[in-house]
Design a protein around this ligand. Structure first.
Ligand code: COA
Length: 251
């Protein structure tokens, strides 16, 4: 297991911490594979009753690693991103997320698959897919309109502007906003509360709430087909070059 995804376990809780703070926890293909393996292990292990997802450093997650996407393979069924998305859709254990700082792209859309989300007051959320020449992923094109209605979904996904934690609370994307100093304690307590619930009733209720994972994965694959095609376009390459040039100018 890569050290870029740190796992720890106690009291029936599997904590998964993105651990690439120098790159703002941008997720590489190797990290997607590590996350998929962690979800699979959690599913198999009866001792794991809940998961807690968080990020090390200044922010929760800066989205997909853009370098990997510039160089990466086609979005075939064996692609690490598709494996991760499938495991999110089919995740059998409840997952709490603790988010803070800047969180972008999949760092936002994966929250739609978490059961409960706690955000630090300072969190900034962005889904800049269109601005990057891409399309939404992780079934967010289905789940965001379901969560906030079509007009607000269009605003969030077509314009891709950042929004803050109180706005995320208003949209229903997060359950609670807390001070960053207590984020991990509060999130851990919330996840531990889930570990104390009767597991069979909890699992059955999650299945009822989440509906058919096959529908989600089908949308993920449809999005991935378009996303994969967009990765080859000038729109995407120009947007990424602009980000990398800005990052270089800051050094
Ligand atoms: N992929 C690859 N590297 C990334 C990255 C990403 N998605 N996001 C950040 N990084 C790297 C930067 O290139 C920089 O690397 P360097 O130190 O080698 O130059 C480092 O992480 C720190 O990034 P920086 O932009 O200086 O941090 P910041 O705190 O000022 O801003 C963000 C944080 C997340 C707002 C900003 O990094 C950002 O917008 N990242 C891109 C987000 C994105 O478009 N994700 C893809 C969505 S599909």
């Amino acid at each position: 297991m890569s050290d870029l995804v740190r796992l720890s376990r106690s009291q029936g809780l599997l904590e998964i911490r993105l651990n690439r703070p120098d790159k703002r926890n941008a997720i590489t293909f190797a990290m997607y594979e590590a996350l998929t393996a962690a979800f699979a292990e959690a599913g198999r292990d009866e001792g794991v009753r809940a998961l807690l997802l968080s990020g090390e450093g200044a922010g929760f997650c800066a989205g997909n690693d853009l370098h990997d996407f510039l160089a990466g393979p086609e979005f075939s069924p064996g692609h690490p991103v598709l494996g991760f998305l499938r495991s999110l859709a089919y995740l059998e254990k409840p997952m709490v997320a603790a988010v803070h700082g800047q969180t972008v792209g999949i760092g936002v859309t994966m929250l739609l698959h978490c059961d409960l989300v706690l955000a630090a007051r300072t969190t900034q959320f962005t889904m800049p897919f269109v601005s990057l020449g891409l399309v939404p992923e992780a079934a967010s094109s289905l789940l965001v309109p379901r969560l906030v209605g079509p007009q607000r979904a269009a605003e969030l996904l077509l314009l891709g502007r950042p929004f803050d934690a109180p706005a995320a609370l208003g949209l229903g994307l997060v359950n609670r906003v807390v001070e960053e100093t207590v984020l991990m304690t509060e999130a851990r307590n919330t996840a531990l509360a889930l570990t104390h619930q009767p597991p069979v009733a909890l699992a059955a209720t999650r299945r009822l709430l989440r509906g058919d994972p096959g529908v989600l994965f089908e949308r993920m694959q449809e999005e991935a087909r378009i996303f994969g095609a967009q990765l080859k376009t000038e729109e995407f390459r120009n947007a990424v070059s602009a980000f990398l040039a800005r990052a270089k100018a800051k050094q």
